[in-house]
Design a binder for this molecule. Structure first.
Ligand code: IYT
Ligand code: CU
Ligand code: CU
Length: 316
């Protein structure tokens, strides 16, 4: 089959003694239903430590809606690909998001001297690529899709380590018909200094706007603000700031319950909701913490001072 893209390319290319690239491509899928999710796993090609320094997406714009790259130790499967939309997940242990491509969004670039550390003792021994396909009508001609990413990697230790700080609400309840429900998340930051450079928002269809801030001495500085109805990629951070021990990280998702007849809670289906604000940052290599998360709702006193823009919807 000339369209079967699984065996036609070199997945691993060594550029010199330190640099290499790894191609991760879904092996020729034909989604039969709209809104399907397919996943595949690829082992990190070295047991030593290595760094991802660049992501090059290869997605067919007419079929792929979004792609996410995760890292973990135990993927759901190690051979072939699987339907990861419904009951089957991405990883059996904790999945760590590293990259997101979304149709019509600008691609995220890592700053110079910054890399995601994988392999070695990082507990990231596999990459899992997840692809969301939109309308199955695009596959009426039965062509096979081989969307994916090329990771540009190096064994050379990088001065700065990239990481993700995930802020998520676990307890939001959206009453039916209620015009505005805020989901608030806040934690005091207690680690070594981090430098946010990109952010991503995620809700399902009831989300209107999601904003994230650093709060220092009562002053709110925006890290990012976006409509979750726009492509859910990583966008550049609004301000070049650092986050240090004692700062507060705070985020708000604004939801509407209009159009629903029953309560909506946090959950995995499209009838449920999620409230996520992801911060992509870099830290000094020698004391880096590559993944952190915050699931606290913060105090209502704190959120009394959130900038009013956090409740102003972004037109889409
Ligand atoms: C309940 C919820 O909010 N789930 C989110 C956040 C989440 C991401 C990761 C939770 C865990 C994770 O290991 I990575 I536990 C959620 O599932 N978000 C989806 C993706 O899985 C990344 C999203 O598109 O943001
Ligand atoms: Cu999508
Ligand atoms: Cu979700």
């Amino acid at each position: 089959d000339p369209n079967d893209c699984s065996r036609t390319r070199q997945p691993f290319v060594l550029s010199n003694s330190l640099n290499f690239s790894l191609d991760i491509r879904i092996p020729g899928v034909i989604p039969t239903e709209s809104d399907s999710y397919y996943c595949m796993a690829v082992p990190v090609p070295t047991s030593r430590e290595a760094y991802i320094v660049d992501f090059v997406p290869h997605a067919s714009m007419d079929t792929a809606h979004h792609m996410i790259l995760y890292g973990c130790k135990t993927p759901y499967a190690t051979q072939g690909y699987w339907d990861c939309g419904k009951e089957l997940g991405t990883c059996r242990d904790q999945a760590k998001i590293m990259y997101a491509w979304a149709r019509n969004a600008p691609p995220t670039k890592l700053p110079k001297d910054v890399g995601f550390k994988v392999g070695g003792d990082t507990r990231i021994n596999y990459f899992v690529l997840q692809i969301h396909y939109g309308d199955a009508k695009n596959f009426r001609d039965h062509h096979r899709d081989c969307s994916g990413l090329t990771l540009r990697m190096t064994s050379k230790p990088q001065p700065f380590i990239a990481g993700i700080y995930l802020m998520m609400s676990v307890d939001t309840v959206i009453p039916p018909g209620k015009k505005v429900t805020n989901a608030d998340i806040a934690c005091t930051y207690t680690s070594s200094p981090m430098h946010p450079f990109a952010f991503r928002t995620h809700t399902h269809s009831l989300g209107k706007v999601v904003s994230g801030y650093r709060v220092r001495n009562g002053q709110w500085t925006q890290i990012g603000r976006q409509s979750p109805l726009l492509p859910q990629a990583f966008y550049s951070a609004t301000n070049t700031i650092d986050v240090i021990n004692g700062d507060i990280l705070a985020a708000r998702c604004v939801f509407t319950g209009e159009g629903r007849t029953t309560i909506t809670q946090i959950g995995g289906t499209s009838n449920d909701e999620m409230c996520n604000f992801y911060i992509m940052y870099y830290m000094d290599n020698n004391r880096a913490v590559p993944y952190m998360n915050c699931r606290d709702e913060g105090s209502s006193e704190l959120f009394q001072n959130i900038p009013s823009e956090a409740n102003i919807p972004i037109p889409v």
